[in-house]
Design a protein around this ligand. Structure first.
Ligand SMILES: [Zn+2]
Length: 284
């Protein structure tokens, strides 16, 4: 569920909250959620937070990294005496007393503040890696371009995808090897904004279409980030304010409602194994 804007929101929040903090201890409540040894990170100071696609990295001053993926239901919650910051998958754990049943890892800092890694379905993970191990993660090595990085507009998808002409455009946009950080929400929104039906084969997506897809993706991701990322409820940003989940969405989760452009009823169909929202008048 957390896509690029949600993970970007986690990154920005943690940058302002945990950089410079020293890790004093770590509680691993679910061993499958934490790969590495506590001793590799305890006593180290947080240097920076970065994002690549939907993954997040916490760099420490001893050269180790806490490489994190929230997957479907992961969230990070920072608590100190004064601050509650929670981002990622939206649910009650963002505001509950913690730890709760979904807490998998707790990182304690020297000033008694804590970072909780909550993950109901346990698909997410934290991996302790050296810099060398991090750059060699197959997942990162194969990842496509960042939509918000310089040069994305000039990126030529037509040539990199020449062997996948029969694939539908939605499955292409969901593929992290094609473009980093896009999931179900933003794929549906971008295809609606560009008038492209999600089942359209790649062979019928022109260079002009790609140009519109890239521009629209940048615009929608930036809009979502400016609204605090999409989250269901109880979303709390770095300033303790509730976010505005899906306020930007024109098609996602609007099945049965009128299309905001033409008034036709938005339909929900299945494409690339995912629930897909489409206006059959505006998109072809
Ligand atoms: Zn429409």
């Amino acid at each position: 569920m957390p896509e690029l804007p949600e993970v970007e929101t986690v990154k920005t929040g943690l940058q302002s909250l945990i950089v410079g903090h020293t890790i004093s201890s770590v509680d691993i409540l679910n061993p499958g959620s934490f790969m590495g040894k506590k001793s590799q990170i305890v006593g180290s100071k947080v240097v920076s937070i970065s994002r690549r696609g939907k993954s997040l990295n916490i760099l420490l001053d001893n050269g180790m990294n806490i490489y994190t993926h929230l997957r479907m239901t992961g969230q990070l919650v920072y608590r100190s005496a004064e601050i509650n910051f929670a981002a990622g998958h939206p649910n009650d754990s963002m505001v509950n007393d913690l730890p709760d049943r979904s807490t998998r890892v707790i990182i304690h800092f020297g000033d008694n503040s804590k970072l909780f890694f909550n993950d109901q379905r346990k698909f997410g993970w934290m991996k302790v890696l050296t810099n060398q191990e991090l750059v060699n993660q197959p997942f990162l090595l194969s990842m496509g371009p960042e939509p918000l990085a310089d040069g994305f507009i000039a990126y030529d998808f037509k040539s990199t995808l020449k062997n996948r002409k029969k694939a539908n455009i939605k499955s292409i946009l969901l593929d992290q090897k094609v473009v980093a950080g896009v999931g179900n929400i933003y794929a549906d929104e971008v295809l609606f904004a560009t008038g492209i039906h999600p089942t359209r084969p790649l062979s019928s997506v022109s260079s002009k279409d790609w140009s519109r897809i890239k521009n629209s993706l940048i615009e929608i991701l930036n809009l979502s980030i400016s609204l605090g990322g999409s989250t269901d409820r109880n979303y709390v940003d770095a300033k303790g304010q509730k976010g505005s989940y899906l306020q930007f969405a024109k098609v996602f989760r609007r099945e049965g409602q009128e299309c905001l452009v033409c008034g036709n009823t938005i339909k929900k169909i299945r494409v690339a194994g995912r629930g897909t929202h489409v206006c059959t008048v505006c998109q072809s």
